[in-house]
Design a protein. Structure first.
Length: 185
């Protein structure tokens, strides 16, 4: 019992195991230390950086939730659903894929949001460009809810609108309007 407790609290393998030629076991403390030490270092970082790092981690974790649900509840995950909002679009899709597509879309929304927050410190034009793509990905996610992004012309128009908005972002913007946009981020 003493050796087990010592092995859980120590990162190195137990010396007696080394002498006997046994392979070292997985120790939960290694996992705890690999997570806790970086989180402690994260306390020294400014608030924006912390928020972006945590959103990156949360977004990427979210993309793995469907596979976790599939491992835990395979029958439920394989069940087919039609959760699209459009009354004109019908398609049965497995729950795991429906959740995976939404998780990927949410990841893009989080990444562009973080990019906009960082770009706010860098410059107005880069910030406005990031805001345009943030809105693009929010609309993209809503289109996934609506009809699984089936309308290709909608996306061509959306992309053309983004390019026009980015081009017009070079023009001077009234300070009051810019302040409203910045307040969101």
């Amino acid at each position: 019992m003493k050796n087990i407790l010592r092995s859980l609290l120590n990162l190195s393998p137990i010396r007696s195991q080394r002498r006997e030629g046994k392979k070292s076991r997985f120790r939960p403390m290694i996992l705890v230390r690999t997570l806790v030490v970086p989180l402690r270092r994260l306390q020294r970082v400014d608030r924006l950086t912390k928020m972006c790092i945590l959103l990156f981690i949360a977004g990427h974790f979210l993309t793995e939730v469907p596979s976790i649900l599939y491992m835990l509840f395979p029958d439920w995950s394989m069940g087919k659903v039609d959760w699209f909002w459009s009354p004109f679009f019908k398609m049965d899709m497995e729950r795991k894929w429906y959740l995976k597509f939404h998780a990927d879309g949410i990841l893009w929304v989080l990444m562009t949001y973080c990019f906009a927050r960082v770009a706010l410190r860098y410059g107005t034009y880069l910030f406005l460009t990031a805001v345009v793509f943030f809105v693009y990905h929010v609309i993209d996610e809503l289109a996934l809810f609506w009809s699984f992004k089936e309308n290709h012309w909608f996306y061509w128009n959306l992309l053309a609108t983004c390019i026009v908005l980015i081009r017009h972002a070079l023009k001077p913007i009234p300070e009051k309007a810019l302040a409203k946009i910045k307040s969101i981020f």
